[in-house]
Design a protein around this ligand. Structure first.
Ligand SMILES: [Ca+2]
Ligand SMILES: [Ca+2]
Length: 185
């Protein structure tokens, strides 16, 4: 028994994930499934610089979730009534995801931009899986248009999906994004 008392804490330390304030955690404890729909506004919980990075400290939009620097847009035309907006170069968001089936995926994304938008890309555990994705001019910030980025090859497993805003367009922003829907081919 005594040896168990000595070994057990060590075993638990090794087995149980070490959560700290510096971790990024799935939004509301739920890992996003791929194939599936990931709401842009449901990036991970965690502090700035870990779960997200935003250029300005203020949330310029809707206070939809815990206090954050990310700019959340409330919009009636969006899935779940919200999306992200006011996107700037250098910003990023992390989403804990689980790819349930290896294969080729298309990513469907409703986006909006007044004038030509900017460029972003998506990484899985630090690896660029999409290359540059450009947000087109959808006519106005109020008009969502579904764009599809095709042929993204993913392997089964758990990942930290990171959406990185690379450069602004004519709109002086990257663009508004409602969700990322991964559709298996
Ligand atoms: Ca902000
Ligand atoms: Ca949404």
């Amino acid at each position: 028994m005594k040896i168990l008392q000595l070994i057990l804490p060590a075993v638990l330390f090794l087995v149980v994930p070490h959560l700290s304030a510096d971790d990024t955690r799935p939004y509301k404890g739920k890992v996003h499934a791929i194939p599936g729909l990931i709401e842009a506004e449901h990036w991970d919980e965690g502090k700035a610089g870990v779960a997200y990075y935003d250029i300005d400290e203020e949330n310029r939009g809707e206070h939809y979730r815990e206090k954050t620097q990310v700019d959340i847009e409330k919009r009636s035309d969006a899935s779940n009534g919200h999306g992200i907006g006011w996107t700037k170069k250098g910003e990023w968001l992390v989403y804990s995801v689980k790819v349930k089936k290896s294969g080729t995926y298309h990513i469907e994304m409703p986006v909006a931009s007044n004038k030509t938008g900017g460029v972003f890309h998506i990484e899985m555990n630090g690896k660029d899986v999409t290359g540059p994705i450009t947000i087109p001019d959808t006519g106005s910030w109020q008009t969502l248009e579904l764009i599809t980025h095709k042929n993204v090859v993913l392997k089964k497993g758990r990942y930290q999906m990171k959406v990185l805003m690379d450069s602004v367009g004519e709109s002086n922003s990257i663009g508004d994004i409602d969700y990322f829907k991964f559709v298996k081919q």
